[in-house]
Design a binder for this molecule. Structure first.
Ligand code: NAP
Length: 467
């Protein structure tokens, strides 16, 4: 049998998940010297770009411009997109193994981590990931509702997602109108009565996960004053010693910024954003009608673990926060794919450097790979996925050289096209996406916005003249 990868017998790869990692991997496959590869990219939603479309905040348009480089990859005639096709629903791993030499899973982390405290499931307590997907117009989340008639909201966690949620809750309608936030979210936020937004960090300012540009932006909102509690942004001895040892300038700058916020006097803006540190929610309180009525916090102190990291320890001192709306922003979590070995504890596909491992033998499963958040967990920025994808592609190339690939019976583009169209007649191609993109941008021009998104599959089909 001839080894795939030549003009006459291209290497056929299925990438499942059309986020940044999927594109980085496709790009790297196309750039391999001497290799002819055909890439089919699948996604369960009709549109590509994953979290760049459905996660990156709408007021961060510059970050979204990375999609231009993704479109260049997609312009390769050996690239195809099958949108609205879900692995485990329309096609199975077995189906794909019959049509490709290699499968690469880049599905990201699609759900949220839980806090594991009483009251987490009360009405008006939400995963931040759901709010983010909602305001970004993700078709699966657009029907959610958020009670923005509440005047006080708490966001648990101090990562960049928490900061995104805090900003979106604090922006004025005029600021939001310049973004590509979903239309229904714009309307809901226009009527929002939220006045106070708390961001809650369980450790100190030096351990906060958010990055400096994001914290700085919180101090520049048009109609929200940012503040912090002076005692909570003072460095404790352990943090000061750790920072001196590492001479960590970025962390010092972050602490300086937070201390400056604690000194700021309110300037009379309509909203207030309050950064809290060294507090952990222990319970979300019921208002008597099954909805959030407040949040009980315990104050923490830091202690050094055996490995030297600083972790929070409850002091036994409590504090009640009178909030009516809660967003849990304590990290994303990967979702298992039917038929793919998974490590439940870590929320990642079982793998070594991107090679999927058999759970029993711990040996690589021939022909199956993973990259991005579903490989390593939900950390890092978009660009972090480029070297991560490169590591996986290097393994794929090593295996190809050793002929450790699948040898599918039906290795043709036409056979896949037939299979997919039969299983999912509503499938979207890249041409469909490019047309939808044009229409969204055109709708945006009419109202001075970057785009007005289509947020239902029906609207997308109708816009394309399909049903
Ligand atoms: P993250 O950066 O991991 O932050 C999670 C936060 O939740 C941390 O503050 C963590 O505190 C806290 N936390 C975890 N469990 C908790 C608990 N049980 N109780 C209280 N707090 C808890 O995650 P993320 O914000 O979801 O972001 C995911 C990734 O996307 C990050 O790498 C982020 O930088 C990136 N991202 C980047 C941007 C941007 O560049 N603008 C925007 C959005 C997301 P501990 O540190 O104490 O664990």
């Amino acid at each position: 049998m001839t080894r795939p990868g030549s003009e006459g017998a291209p290497l056929r790869v299925a990438i499942v998940g059309a986020g940044p990692t999927g594109y980085y991997a496709a790009d790297q496959l196309f750039r391999q010297p001497g290799l002819v590869a055909e890439v089919d990219m699948y996604d369960r939603v009709p549109t590509p770009y994953g979290l760049v479309r459905a996660g990156v905040a709408p007021d961060h348009q510059k970050i979204k411009s990375v999609t231009a480089s993704f479109d260049k990859v997609a312009a390769n005639p050996r690239f195809r997109f099958f949108g609205c096709v879900e692995l485990g629903r329309h096609v199975t791993v077995e189906d794909l193994r019959k049509h490709y030499h290699m499968l690469l899973y880049t599905t990201g982390a699609q759900t949220d981590r839980r806090m594991g405290i009483p009251g987490e499931d009360l009405k008006n307590s939400h995963a931040a990931t759901e709010f983010v997907a909602w305001y970004n117009g993700h078709p699966d989340y657009r029907q959610l509702t958020f009670d923005l008639s509440q005047e006080r909201a708490a966001i648990v966690g101090v990562g960049n997602v928490a900061v995104d949620v805090a900003r979106i809750l604090s922006r004025t309608p005029a600021e939001l109108e310049k973004t590509d936030i979903a239309d229904y979210a714009l309307e809901a936020l226009r009527a929002s009565r939220v006045r106070e937004v708390y961001l809650l960090g369980r450790r100190g300012p030096a351990q906060a996960a958010f990055t400096n540009p994001e914290v700085k932006e919180l101090g520049e909102l048009a109609d929200a004053d940012v503040t912090a509690v002076p005692e909570e942004v003072e460095l404790d001895d352990l943090s000061r010693a750790a920072m001196e040892r590492a001479s960590d300038r970025a962390t010092q700058k972050k602490v300086d910024l937070l201390q400056e916020y604690a000194r700021r006097a309110p300037s009379g803006k309509r909203r207030r954003l309050i950064l809290r540190f060294l507090v952990s929610p222990v319970e979300i309180l019921d208002n008597g009608a099954g909805a959030v009525g407040g949040m009980r916090l315990v104050r923490n102190k830091l202690y050094a673990t055996d490995t030297g990291t600083l972790q929070p320890k409850p002091t036994g001192e409590f504090d009640d926060l009178p909030v009516g709306l809660v967003f849990r922003s304590v990290g994303y979590k990967g979702v298992p794919l039917a038929g793919v070995p998974f490590n439940d504890k870590w929320g990642v596909i079982l793998n070594e450097k991107g090679r999927v491992l058999d759970p029993t033998s711990k040996q690589p499963v021939v022909g199956e790979y993973t990259a991005g958040w579903i490989k390593r967990g939900p950390t890092g920025v978009i660009g972090t996925n480029k070297p991560d994808a490169a590591e996986t592609v290097a393994c794929m190339m090593e295996d190809l050289a050793a002929d450790r690939v699948l040898h599918p019976a039906e290795a043709s583009r036409e056979a896949v096209e037939r299979l997919v169209r039969e299983r999912q007649p509503r499938c979207f191609s890249y041409q469909d996406w490019l047309r939808l993109n044009e229409l969204e941008v055109q709708r945006g021009k009419e109202t001075g916005r970057p785009r007005v998104k289509f947020t239902t599959i029906e609207d997308m089909l109708a816009a394309l003249g399909r049903r």
